[in-house]
Ligand binder design. Structure first.
Ligand code: ADP
Length: 567
């Protein structure tokens, strides 16, 4: 899924054991003792009645030449009614109007501000989360058709199995996410005849994922998290959490970190920071599409487009547009910085603002889709490899000759040669797109899963070219990884979940960076690149020394008799 959804405020506040997410803003109408639709009706009727009555009286007085300022009791009552209803209508509609303008800007920015980076506040995992009421995940009309679930669990399970109650309404109808997951799971067990014994149900805060991370939950998959490091990067040490089931991976990355540490550390630089989204629009003729392209790329229009784009979030900062044509179809690749968020929601909102704005000058523009794949999200694409997406990072280290020999158990010329023949020539022969490396995606995926990133973005985030050269008279090794599209965030999505937030906290990048928005996400991108550097060093060394199969047999193959374990 390319666009993340926001946790409904009512659910967020109900979730225990987590930091509260701000409630829905207080509306002026909240002060009323009766529902606003009744008072609206009452005061509108009062306004109309008073106005009509006074107009009639006024016309009558003009007709009989009676002085206008002499008023009777009925007229006084009508005037009071008119003024009162006028005040009401102005206050509520006026305030609501002003409020809607203000909150359209604040809506996004308020989110998560309370969940900002507090360096040592590691959230405790919630072993047995208290049942939390859940809000609607399905349409109101769908819910209306279903009677309130007050029956006991057995009855509800039977209704789900029989198809009388859709499984997706359980959270909203029961108001208890753990119970809903349990009932859904039992219904599934009965339908499929599969026990699901190995898939745990308890020990997870189901309210924390509602409307944000996963629908129709029935449990959670456990993944081991290993630690590689310390990784000495830009003068600071990081212990890198890696969630993986691939034996050898953490051990190998750990060895690479050791080699970097023994050689004085690595340096990482963020070259570019901008998330992209490229809607596809169609115009009647290619000529018109070309005109729109010229309009968008005209530097004189930059300021206006920025103004329109940036209005939905104070973190979204428009950077530019790159256009491509396919006949009369135009693909506009918008780019913006997104603070500490990975940024897909943010960039999409900004793009929607600009599309709405463009329709005034280009009414013949037909929006085909807010994402036209020229972005390009979660697909291998040259545009990301060449232009970058998310954070573009280069990371380098000079590994000393003795470290290459002692820790990596290889020599510099062998490493340089293997890198050329495998990572450069071999990948060229394979027609690789951004895959000029040994196993960047191994490290990227493991760190992504541990820190709550979107694992599907591993595709472009793993684009990497690894370079190795002999330096210092051929004695030492200069190694670098250049990664143009690392897509990471420290707020939003899965980064809020307790385990993932703990891993971010371990790296010192949990939540929003209040002093420099975006600094946490950029730091995380450099750590990812640093860990990839370590992984490349170690795997290439193992390959060059012919150790790969041996070490995999040691770490990756258990001695268990699988016939005994398998059902
Ligand atoms: P994404 O755009 O990555 O999908 P979300 O929209 O889910 O991210 O979450 C980002 C939210 O976090 C926005 O509502 C934004 O206003 C809020 N936020 C708070 N602090 C920051 C920050 N420092 N950087 C980016 N977003 C922030």
């Amino acid at each position: 899924m390319e666009i993340r959804r926001r946790l409904p405020p009512s659910v967020a506040s109900a979730s225990k054991g987590r930091k509260p997410v701000p409630e829905a803003p207080v509306q002026a109408s909240d002060a009323l003792p009766v529902p606003i639709r009744y008072t609206n009706l009452l005061f509108s009727a009062l306004f109309a009645a008073s106005l009509v009555f006074l107009m009639r009286r006024w016309r009558e007085k003009v007709r009989i030449s009676s002085p206008l300022h002499v008023v009777g009791l009925a007229e006084i009552v009508a005037i009071v009614g008119l003024v009162a209803s006028l005040i009401y209508l102005l206050s509520f509609f006026g305030i609501a109007f002003v409020q809607s303008i203000v909150s359209s800007n604040d809506e996004e920015d308020d989110f998560l501000l309370t969940d900002s980076a507090e360096p040592s506040a590691t959230p405790a995992p919630t072993p047995s989360p208290a049942p939390a009421p859940c809000s609607l995940l399905c349409s109101a009309s769908a819910l209306e058709k279903i009677p309130d679930l007050i029956a006991d669990d057995e009855e509800i399970v039977s209704s789900v199995v029989a198809g009388k109650v859709p499984s997706y309404v359980l959270e909203s109808k029961l108001g208890d996410c753990r119970r809903a997951a349990g009932i859904r799971r039992e219904a599934l067990r009965r339908t499929t005849g599969r026990g699901l014994e190995g898939l745990p149900l308890d020990g997870f805060d189901y309210a924390s994922i509602l409307g944000q991370c996963c629908e129709l939950p029935i449990g959670y998959v456990q993944l081991p998290v290993g630690i590689a490091g310390p990784l000495l990067l830009n003068g600071r040490q990081y212990h890198v959490p890696m969630a993986t089931t691939e034996g050898c991976l953490v051990a190998s990355t750990n060895r690479g970190c050791k080699a970097i540490l023994e050689s004085g550390g690595a340096t990482a630089i963020v070259l570019r920071d901008g998330m992209t989204r490229a809607p596809a629009v169609r115009l009647p003729l290619a000529k018109r599409a070309a005109e729109l392209k010229a309009f968008l790329e005209n530097p004189n229009n930059f300021e206006m487009i920025s103004l329109v784009f940036n209005k939905s979030s104070r973190f979204a900062k428009f950077q530019g547009i790159k256009c491509a044509l396919a006949g009369r179809n135009l693909y506009m690749r918008f780019s913006c910085s997104t603070g500490d968020a990975m940024g897909m929601n943010m960039v999409s909102k900004g793009v929607q603002n600009v599309l709405d704005y463009l329709l005034t000058d280009f009414p013949d523009m037909e929006v085909i889709g807010i994402s036209g794949n020229y972005c390009s999200d979660k697909k291998p694409a040259a545009v990301n490899w060449i232009e970058g997406r998310g954070k573009s990072v280069v990371c380098e280290a000079i590994i000393k000759e003795e470290v290459v020999k002692k820790t990596l158990k290889i020599n510099v010329p062998a490493l340089v040669e293997l890198n050329v023949i495998k990572n450069l020539a071999g990948s060229a022969v394979a027609g690789s797109l951004g895959g000029f490396n040994a196993h960047a995606s191994n490290i990227v995926s493991a760190v992504f899963i541990a820190t709550g990133q979107d694992p599907a973005q591993n595709i472009e985030s793993s684009h990497c070219i690894t370079m190795m050269e002999a330096v210092n008279d051929g004695k030492d090794l200069h190694v670098s990884v250049t990664m143009p599209s690392i897509e990471v965030g420290t707020v939003g999505g899965g980064t809020q979940l307790a385990s993932q937030a703990a891993c971010l906290d371990l790296l010192g990048v949990k939540g929003a960076n209040l002093d420099t928005p975006g600094a946490n996400a950029r730091l995380l991108a450099t750590i990812v690149a640093g860990a990839v550097l370590a992984g490349e060093l170690s795997l290439l060394s193992a390959l060059a020394a012919g150790q790969l199969v041996k070490s995999h047999m040691k770490y990756n193959r258990s001695n268990k008799d699988f016939n005994k374990v398998a059902p």
